[in-house]
Design a protein around this ligand. Structure first.
Ligand code: AMP
Ligand code: MG
Length: 339
């Protein structure tokens, strides 16, 4: 095995010692989080290197702080139209669809409110009610206009793609893997797991689901192939205020406060990383009942909800491949249930 600047290269041998294919992995920090990539195949080294470069490119494109990024330009355009990359157009279109489909629970124009809470810098504080109310006047994703090459936001509005950018990035990595004929890959972009095919031995990938009440442990695992497994939880980017209350980084656009609608974590399992990422954030804000209705309407994802009173809810399409690691009471929701 050799290690080249964080990239691990290891030939895989058959039982009789012949080299069959290579496993390549890379661990690095990007988009403000730890990332790891692992691919199996004869072209795996190129696939992993290209993927890592693409992640850095997208980090530049979507950054809210880099003055060369598309998002920085949109946020500082004084209401003018800005030419942007196809990547930005694509993510913004998904964000707009999600905003429409979940009655405003998903809103990329919350950025100034997130900043007031300190979630963008880690300098956490509880903003005064009138500060939040003032900032909410400029939160309205319907006022963002996106065409095939340009984007325009109202003067006072600022956006951030924190809820969806990593899912899109994962999809782009998977495209690169496919272009290099990789049949087996798993990536973890700061907790967003995406898998390509199955493990090299043909069995499904096992992905752990964090216990939101004990984030170093798992509530369970799911066995998946060709799927994204993406979680939004209240245990990340959170703080305890001087009032003794806990606050977290997923905000309810209805009031600008951390979404507290009965859920502490939402895991979405589906084919598109972009959609699963946007959905996990949106369903967290929607809360249990609306999330279940959303799932019944949609039909192209499965989910695992953990409620704030310590219950687990699985949709029928994921229940068979879920293995519990805790005693948490569990209910399986069926598409045809009345409840
Ligand atoms: P995620 O971890 O994918 O759920 O994304 C959470 C991130 O999305 C936060 O750190 C914010 O940057 C942003 N965010 C918070 N609340 C919302 C919301 N209601 N709609 C869209 N983005 C949000
Ligand atoms: Mg998300």
């Amino acid at each position: 095995m050799k290690v080249i600047s964080g990239i691990c290269v290891m030939p895989l041998l058959t039982a009789c010692g012949h080299q069959t294919e290579t496993v390549k992995s890379a661990d690095f920090f990007a988009m403000d989080t730890y990332m790891s990539l692992k691919a199996y195949g004869s072209d795996a080294e190129a696939a992993v290197r290209e993927s890592e470069a693409r992640i850095y490119e997208l980090e530049q494109t979507f950054s809210v702080t880099n003055d060369a990024s598309d998002i920085w330009k949109i946020n500082h355009a004084d209401g003018q139209s800005v030419p942007v990359s196809a990547d930005t157009v694509s993510v913004l279109q998904t964000a707009q669809t999600m905003h429409r489909e979940c009655g405003g629970a998903f809103s990329i124009s919350l950025y100034p409110v997130l900043r007031a809470w300190g979630f963008t810098t880690g300098e956490y504080r509880v903003p005064a009610d009138d500060v939040i109310a003032g900032l909410l006047h400029n939160v309205d994703d319907t006022l963002i206009s996106v065409d095939s090459q340009t984007v325009r936001c109202p003067d006072e509005m600022q956006i951030d793609l924190g809820a969806v950018a990593k899912g899109y990035t994962g999809d782009e990595v998977m495209e690169i893997m496919r272009a290099h004929h990789i049949s087996s890959a798993i990536i973890n972009l700061g907790g967003n797991v995406q898998t390509l095919g199955s493990k090299p031995d043909g069995s499904a990938w096992t992905v752990g689901i964090t216990d939101p009440f004990a984030p170093d442990a798992l509530i369970g695992t799911v066995s998946v192939t060709d799927k994204a497994v993406i979680t939004s939880g209240n245990y990340e980017r959170c703080f305890t205020g001087e009032d003794g209350c806990r606050y977290w980084h997923i905000l309810d656009p209805a009031d600008g406060f951390p979404a507290d609608n009965g859920l502490v974590s939402v895991t979405v399992i589906g084919y598109s990383g972009t959609e699963c990422d946007a959905l996990s954030t949106a369903l967290f804000v929607e809360g249990t009942e609306q999330a279940v209705q959303h799932w019944r309407r949609s039909g192209n994802f499965e989910m695992i909800l953990v409620t704030s009173d310590g219950k687990l809810l699985l949709t029928e399409g994921i229940a068979a491949v879920y293995t519990a690691k805790t005693e948490m009471p569990c209910r399986v929701v069926h598409r045809d249930d009345e409840s």
